[in-house]
Design a binder for this molecule. Structure first.
Ligand code: 6GU
Length: 224
């Protein structure tokens, strides 16, 4: 998969995308990510990319021209399967969104700032609008990093243990069960016997029961 990201603050995306699993995804060749500074397509020598909003009111709006020039130039490399705008008024990101997007080949992600981008870019270019939750961030970069991480770890071959994404919280509609590692007794706090029983069927049943219990307690909305 290839992901292009358009941003006014490209530095914000560097660290999260170049560590741990995202680093591995890229060095193994499953994923390429290119962050493009939007100011490259600024309308003047001052690097202007935003302007006052029509109708008045506080806050700047990201202009059509830099965004459209950037999108059209990047499209020369090949068509996008999705052009995603990160915005708090988008559709809330869920595991199924990440699953679906992980099947695509080429994505473009636009990070919003200020009051957001001119509506005409949304109308004529954007295919998906995504929010990462009901709170407001200063810009779309951290949200874009969340989205790329959620997608990147699902690409075949990225996770060491090929099955581990399948046992994540949410993949089966349930929260993940509790996990334990050595020692089996720490300060008298014991690991549940069943996990030491060596009976994989019993262990699976226990994990499923725990996942249901945890989901009932913490996220009953997921069981509806
Ligand atoms: Cl995608 N962007 C911004 N600026 N704030 C957010 C968000 C996105 N998702 C939740 N809050």
């Amino acid at each position: 998969m290839h992901i292009d990201i358009l941003s006014v603050l490209p530095e914000l995306l560097e660290s999260p995308l170049n560590h741990s699993i995202m680093k591995r995804a890229q060095s193994k060749g499953h994923l390429t990510v290119a962050v493009h500074p939007l100011r490259k397509w600024a309308v003047n020598a001052y690097g202007q990319i935003d302007d006052y909003q029509f109708g008045g009111g506080a806050g700047m709006v990201m202009m059509c021209e830099p965004l459209v020039k950037a999108i059209e130039e990047l499209q020369q490399e090949g068509p996008y399967d999705a052009i995603i705008y990160m915005t708090p008024d988008g559709e809330r990101l869920e595991q199924k969104t990440a699953n679906r997007l992980s099947l695509k080949e080429r994505l473009l992600i636009i990070c919003g700032h200020y009051k957001g981008i001119d509506q005409r870019v949304r109308d004529h270019f954007v295919t998906h609008e995504i929010s990462i939750g009901d709170y407001v961030l200063s810009g779309g970069e951290l949200a874009a990093a969340v989205l790329v991480d959620a997608i990147g770890r699902l690409l075949p071959g990225v996770l060491g243990d090929e099955t581990s994404a399948l046992t994540d919280s949410f993949q089966d509609g349930l929260l993940a069960p509790p996990v334990y590692t050595r020692p089996a007794d720490f300060r008298g706090w014991k690991v549940p016997d069943i996990l030491l029983s060596g009976d994989p069927k019993k262990v699976d049943e226990w994990r499923h029961d725990q996942a249901v219990k945890r989901t009932e307690e913490r996220r009953p909305d997921l069981l509806d």
